[in-house]
Design a protein around this ligand. Structure first.
Ligand SMILES: [Zn+2]
Length: 166
């Protein structure tokens, strides 16, 4: 895997989770294995947050850990590293994600949406109709909602993932 491909993989980790998650993954890719405490110190981020991010990556087989115990102090140390085939695991995840995004695109393309000015969420035509085009929370009339921004974002995501899988 070349540098560009690696960069895209890390970018996808950021898209899936957060910038912090990407920073941790990149860090582990550079240094190999480190204890939670060292990761926390070197990245200047609080340990519980580091741990949470590491477990997220662990859930998708990007990171793994081992535990050691100090005989004298009984203190546990957890060491983390990237899994040997984390790239393959991530690519498989991307393939699944691409399927989901394509379904999302179809949903966005084949529905018209409505939204209350006071709410964050938008709803499909059928739901709006059942509510007589007024908001169930505040009673304001529901207005048509232009989902072009969502469509653009989805298409951009699909293009990025497809470019990567080529
Ligand atoms: Zn409302």
């Amino acid at each position: 895997m070349n540098k560009d491909q690696l960069d895209i993989l890390f970018e996808i980790i950021e898209d899936l989770f957060s910038e912090d998650t990407r920073i941790i993954a990149e860090y582990l890719n550079n240094v190999g294995e480190r204890s939670e405490q060292v990761i926390s110190e070197e990245l200047d981020t609080k340990l519980p947050h580091i741990r949470k991010e590491l477990y997220k990556l662990n859930d998708i087989s990007i990171t793994k850990f081992r535990k050691t115990r100090d005989e004298e102090t009984n203190w546990h140390t957890i060491y983390w590293r990237l899994t040997d085939n984390w790239e393959v695991n991530l690519i498989n995840l991307i393939k699944n994600k691409l399927e989901d995004i394509r379904k999302d695109l179809l949903y966005q393309k084949s529905n018209s949406f409505f939204k209350c000015i006071n709410e964050q969420d938008y709803i499909i035509y059928e739901t709006a109709m059942m509510q007589n085009f007024s908001c169930v929370n505040c009673g304001e009339p529901l207005l048509t909602y232009d989902n072009q921004e969502e469509l653009d974002k989805i298409i951009e995501n699909i293009n990025k993932l497809e470019r990567f899988l080529k």
